[in-house]
Write a protein that binds this ligand. Sequence first.
Ligand SMILES: CC(=O)N[C@H]1[C@@H](OP(=O)(O)OP(=O)(O)OC[C@H]2O[C@@H](n3ccc(=O)[nH]c3=O)[C@H](O)[C@@H]2O)O[C@H](CO)[C@@H](O)[C@@H]1O
Ligand SMILES: C=C(OP(=O)(O)O)C(=O)O
Length: 431
Amino acid sequence: MEKLLIEGGHRLGGTVQISGAKNSAVALIPATILADSPVTIDQLPDISDVRTLCKLLQEIGGKITFHDNTIVVDPREMVDMPLPNGSVKKLRASYYMMGAMLGRFHQAVIGLPGGCNLGPRPIDQHIKGFEALGARVTNERGAIYLRAERLHGARIYLDVVSVGATINILLAAVRAEGQTVIENAAKEPEIIDVVTLLTSMGAKIKGAGTDVIRVDGVQELHGCRHMIIPDRIEAGTFMIIGAAEGRELLIDNVIPQHLESLTAKLREMGADVQTGEDQMLVSKCTGQLKSVDVKTLVYPGFPTDLQQPLTSLLTQAAGTSIITDTIYSARFKHIDELRRMGAEVKVEGRSAILGGSSHLEGARVRATDLRAGASLVIAGLIARGVTEITGVEHIDRGYDHLMEKLSGIGAHVWREQAEEAETRENLREQE
Ligand SMILES: CC(=O)N[C@H]1[C@@H](OP(=O)(O)OP(=O)(O)OC[C@H]2O[C@@H](n3ccc(=O)[nH]c3=O)[C@H](O)[C@@H]2O)O[C@H](CO)[C@@H](O)[C@@H]1O
Ligand SMILES: C=C(OP(=O)(O)O)C(=O)O
């Protein structure tokens, strides 16, 4: 296993190119199962979650050709092979294999998903949706068995606003008979991206981006070409890096409207954020950053996926900041690691309370999940000395060529083979 090393304290500038969105890509790839001819997807991020999903499609008979950041998926020879174990456990988004395979084959066996450990992440709303569409769903030894004689439209009210459940129900509903209405649907940009692909494939969907989505089922979906939207969480991570150490850091290929909640907070802190059509220019402020309070909410509120990265920046603000995660009960595993680096921060319930003005020093730390990794990278860029981060495989799930992108803007970062003891400890923690 590798570890990542960062020598902090260097000012960062130049241009960073944002990749396609992870949380779109991981839904779009399974969505291709529903087509009757090849689907081309452009601007695919080079991340391990994408590679794992491509492998899952190949396991069920999909033919995939890769060309730089484009894939062509030929779904014609796919079969309803059970996927109870193995790769499905490596990521969260394998749950989209349920909706897509149910939609095409009217049956599927899919192991419970993996993904970041952020406290309980039930999938009861996905299952409630599948059942409303006519599926029988059982959980047998950690795998979900789904079977339907026929799928029919239904009115489904989500008890919690869920990105995954909204997309999964869409995948199962687009080829069902009749109309499906999803109420209290999630409104994240990635949902609109998935609906754009499904519509290009011939689906009839209205209301994406609002909390009521209507789907009129069709019998067949066909191939098409689709370009993934830019990754707002990767872009947000680089905006925070710009606010921490940036001297005119230009973030290219971004949709600024997707990041309004972060832009507002960074400006409130005193960072210089300028927005263009598809670019953002971010610089560290000349004085000290100001403290702010932040609460994560569903879109268009402040995204939970940027809570951990922002926490590292808040260690540098003058005064007390409180950051509260209303989406997940345990998304604070990065806090102990930040403390090792000298951050004055404690967790109370769902909030992290930061004393501010912390002098961060390089230390040996461990990424326990994807955005904890991003948070430690940012802390490492700020800290004096060298920070060593293990658990790099979490970061590789969601950041495309992070090392190269950081080096490209002037960061001193490199990878090394982790020592045997570090690898052992990392594997133990993963069990
Ligand atoms: C692959 C992917 O796109 N992952 C994103 C997706 O995760 P994911 O789709 O798992 O997140 P959801 O939007 O479903 O979860 C939101 C909240 O609802 C709860 N819930 C969800 C489903 C359900 O059936 N029952 C239930 O109680 C969850 O525990 C959580 O507290 O959206 C999250 C919230 O923006 C992001 O942090 C993740 O990066
Ligand atoms: C929580 C995340 O990912 P996942 O849902 O794939 O675990 C994330 O992208 O921050």
